[in-house]
Design a protein around this ligand. Sequence first.
Ligand code: TPP
Ligand code: MG
Length: 400
Amino acid sequence: MIEDERENKMSETQTTDKRAQAKDERAQEAANGGAPRDHPSPAAPAQDPDWEQEAKPKLSKEERTMGLPKEKLRKMMYDMLLGRRFEEKTAESYALGKIGGFCHLYIGQEAVAIGALHALEEDDYVMTAYREHVHALQMGVDPRSAMAELYGRIDGCSKGKGGSMHMFSAETNYLGGHGIVGGQIPLALGVAWKIRYRDEKQVMQVFLGEAAVNQGAFHESLNMAALWQLPLVVIVENNRFGMGTAWERASSLYDISQKASAYAMPSAIADGMDILDVYRVTKEAVDRARAGEGPTLIEARTYRFVGHSMSDPVHGVYRTKEEVEEEKLNDPIRIYANLLADLDTLSQEELEKIDAEVKATAEEASEFAEKSPEPDPAELYRDVYADEDINGRLYFDGRQ
Ligand SMILES: Cc1ncc(C[n+]2csc(CCOP(=O)(O)OP(=O)(O)O)c2C)c(N)n1
Ligand SMILES: [Mg+2]
């Protein structure tokens, strides 16, 4: 008995020692700029300086707009600004304690979702991860309904039960909002398969963060999508960090687009800070998918100007304040505003008018959310399963 106690005491001491050692190691790691002891960060550059020259064609300002109608070019600006102002309002409401739970902002990355989604047709399908507010708005979720969702209210697009990470809107073919890193990839594969199985003409576009691409589900899905030539467009939003882990510390291969070659799948790199480059690259992939020529992997190189989530600092120990400030010089909204001004497509005055309009929309959305009621507790049991058959059994495939 006494022996046992002594043994327990010893293992307790050992555990405490181990904890202290781990704490020391973590402190040292932080002092090393985040690199583990004896394993310094690989020398790989944060961004390959030559990639833009290799991947992005040199185009004149006129050529960059690809002959798109003025109205579409202006709408792209409107959509990016709406996303930005909506999220700034979200941050404000979060700070006031009106929004709870996890909340990840997309500020800095807007050109990726808006450029890519502009390449789709009305009835195409979209899925993404948890950094999703801008995708949901762009797919047609009403800003009031998106904000009510953030507030956890009944008028939210998921009746207040999904929150920031689980917006959903079957009417607009926006299939979420997924909190499990990489969870949406096999689901999107399933949707792409259903399009093919039913001989439909839509395209499935799925977004994911770069930290998801070394997961098994990503590779299994890419293999099957290529094998069956499914209408799937996979867009990796490479913002260079998975929470606080730099991409070059997490992946043996820096260039994500190369992963497609393992599946004989076409791939491309897009400048994720240039909305028209994202549009150009995505449109090619979407056209190919719709023509029955199979999937494409797109790597959009971007940067987030905010912390990983609302509860994280903007930079922390994994990147410097200076780096963030320098990246902000590449603000996709400013880059695009300058281009449109140079092409006489949108004047400063018109831009300010759009800005005032989207700010008012964001403001109105939060007023709406504030007034929307909390869901009734009975809501907890609704929408859990897909449907019941005539025998009262639950089934999941949506068919009678
Ligand atoms: C399967 C799984 N593992 C871990 C997490 C915790 N987690 C949440 S976000 C995140 C980082 C993901 O980074 P990335 O895919 O690059 O997307 P980003 O946040 O940069 O948009 C992790 C590891 C999770 N949600 N799911
Ligand atoms: Mg990332």
